[in-house]
Design a protein around this ligand. Structure first.
Ligand SMILES: NC(=O)c1ccc[n+]([C@@H]2O[C@H](COP(=O)([O-])OP(=O)(O)OC[C@H]3O[C@@H](n4cnc5c(N)ncnc54)[C@H](O)[C@@H]3O)[C@@H](O)[C@H]2O)c1
Length: 341
């Protein structure tokens, strides 16, 4: 399968490396608007510089492709997706689907109208810890989930688009965690409340910290707290998770999954867990993250299988992001856009 990769910047490296591991993927060309980055990456990866174009239209006119990989900042996802879809070319796009909910809806409308595949790279679903956690929850062995708490604290200095965008934590990062909530709980939120703020030392223009409370259709209540300008004791990129379940707790901490059960009635004299928490053996995966997604894209294009993160579904994860933003800006609990039929 031949692909065109649009965007050769920071995250472009992860995809260039993933494609190298998959013999079924071949590059037809590249698109990069920044000449310096284009030259540097051509040299670094031994790319044919004559196949690096300035716009997707130029690339599509010059080379044959079976798919477009969009690794540009969020504000470009809409126009790149629409161009590819109108040419009948399937798209695998970096998250978030788009930088606004309206732009996300336009992409979904174009995918529906053209009948062409558009999927979003929610790579964190396809990491070993997330799949291990999902397996425990899906087995039903811990019973119903009543509540979840999620903590994400990191302090990366990216520079670039994130420093200028509104709500960088929520739009560019928490989209992963909101999508993981939907994946883990197999449910969508119905109501969202929250507050965002920018710590005095923040190097971001938009609010880099937030607390969000989400009520899911399953009945589970999720509290999310996070910051993208934390100054120490960082969590993993996947965040720390604690699920309060009918038969005990399930925890993902530093990318390891633990369960703690207490099946016996407690008494005042034995007020401790009868079982210590147990490490859950990690699942074995042949492909993870970008490699998993690129293979899933290849399979969808060549065999018509339907990926879990097609834009039609992923719009619901993007809706959670903008529910949170509406909640911050209105100071009220908002009914979820994703729950609106
Ligand atoms: N899934 C993850 O874990 C993860 C991690 C980092 C970034 N991302 C996502 O990847 C995307 C890109 O982020 P990044 O960190 O690589 O940004 P970046 O700014 O480092 O790189 C983006 C590149 O795209 C180029 N570009 C911009 N507009 C273009 C256009 N119209 N046509 C061609 N090239 C264009 C820029 O010149 C730049 O080289 C974002 O959506 C971001 O959220 C995902």
């Amino acid at each position: 399968m031949k692909i065109i990769q649009v965007g050769l910047g920071g995250m472009g490296n992860a995809w260039l490396n993933a494609a190298r591991h998959l013999p079924e993927i071949e590059y037809a060309g590249f698109v990069e608007i920044n000449e310096t980055i284009a030259r540097a990456q051509a040299e670094r990866y031994g790319l044919d510089a004559s196949l690096i174009f300035h716009t997707l239209d130029e690339a599509l006119a010059a080379v044959q492709t079976d798919g477009v990989l969009d690794i540009t900042p969020p504000q470009f996802h809409r126009s790149i997706a629409l161009t590819a879809l109108e040419h009948g070319i399937p798209v695998l796009s970096e998250k978030p689907l788009a930088d606004t909910l309206d732009a996300g809806r336009e992409i979904v409308a174009a995918a529906n109208r053209t009948g062409v595949l558009h999927m979003v790279a929610q790579n964190r679903r396809y990491s070993v810890p997330a799949q291990t956690l999902k397996r425990v929850l899906a087995s039903g062995e811990m019973g119903q989930v009543a509540s979840v708490s999620v903590e994400f604290f990191r302090g990366p200095h990216f520079g670039g688009f994130r420093d200028q965008m509104p709500y960088p934590l929520i739009i560019d990062m928490a989209i992963h965690h909101f999508d993981m909530m939907r994946f883990f709980l197999d449910s969508d939120p119905v109501a969202t409340a929250g507050r965002s703020w920018n710590p005095p030392w923040s190097w971001y223009r938009g609010d880099a910290s937030a607390a969000v409370l989400l009520e899911f259709a399953s009945g589970a209540v999720v509290s999310y707290s996070g910051s993208w300008c934390s100054r120490g004791v960082e969590t993993s990129w996947n965040a720390h998770w604690r699920f309060e379940c009918e038969f005990g707790a399930v925890v993902m901490h530093n990318d390891q999954v633990f369960i703690g059960r207490n099946d016996e009635a407690r008494s005042l004299t034995a007020a401790r867990e009868t079982d210590a928490s147990m490490l859950v053996p990690p699942v074995i995966m042949t492909y993870t993250d970008q490699t998993y997604l690129l293979r899933e894209f290849y399979q969808a294009v060549t065999s018509g299988s339907v990926p879990a993160t097609i834009c039609q579904d992923n719009l619901k994860s993007l809706a959670v992001v903008f529910d949170a933003v509406r909640a911050f800006e209105s100071g009220t609990t908002v009914r979820s856009e994703s729950a609106v039929p």
